[in-house]
Design a protein around this ligand. Sequence first.
Ligand code: COA
Length: 258
Amino acid sequence: MNYNNIIIEIDDYLAFITINRPKKLNALNKETIAELHNAFRDLEEDSDIRVIVIIGSEDKAFVAGADISEFADFNMNKGSELAKIGQELLFDFIENLTTPVIAAINGFALGGGLELAMSCHFRVASRNAKMGLPEVTLGLIPGYGGTQRLPLLIGKGKAMELIMTANMITAEEALNYGLVNYVVDQNELIPLCEKLAYKISQNSSTAIAAAIKSINANDKDGVNGFEVEIEQFGKCFGTNDFAEGTSAFLEKRKPDFE
Ligand code: COA
């Protein structure tokens, strides 16, 4: 598929999605959100792909937010619609993907950019990265899941402060907050993602999908995460990966998952 705003590169089991609007600091316009949805959907359907990494083009920004020029004249209905469609098409969609998604935060991750990174299964950052939710400076609040995911990742008090002050935090601060898992120099960001992806690719993809579903159930209203875990755990016993993983252990060899 041809895209105008994103680049897809596949290296064996690892897919890179690069958001490619550097002149607009990779801001998420409607077309980019639709393209990202299609790309994630297609990569999820490709059983050869074990891990997806999402990154921004060039060194300045991961994503500097939703494209402000697109919603400057919106009314209340259009505002709600923007958030609803965006959440469904992209942010919730990524969170619920069964293929692991790593956000490689290579620069500014602001507003919708940080919300995008928070939708991914985990995050790594380059030392120059800056993160924040500056929506209140625009008379808005985060609308792509930021008010929900940030407190889960860093705690309610810190999330309140970050959103109310609109402060940008450094990569090191984000590491201390638990918002990102690693901070490395810019030139080490992709190698680190590749290393993590390799490690993930050696494990059972059906078990990883079950783990994602169970972990995501932890924070869902009206969902009992322990019950989801029991269900997913049980289902694992019916998979070829379970047969292979346990046989390999008993035969003292490395498992060869499908
Ligand atoms: N939406 C639309 N365009 C954006 C954008 C966004 N969220 N963020 C940056 N851009 C555009 C700028 O308008 C500018 O375009 P132009 O050259 O056509 O004028 C270009 O990207 C470069 O940005 P600029 O502001 O000139 O870079 P800077 O280095 O001075 O500042 C930031 C960088 C990230 C601090 C600044 O761009 C910024 O504050 N962006 C908005 C962040 C934000 O509020 N995000 C939340 C949106 S809900």
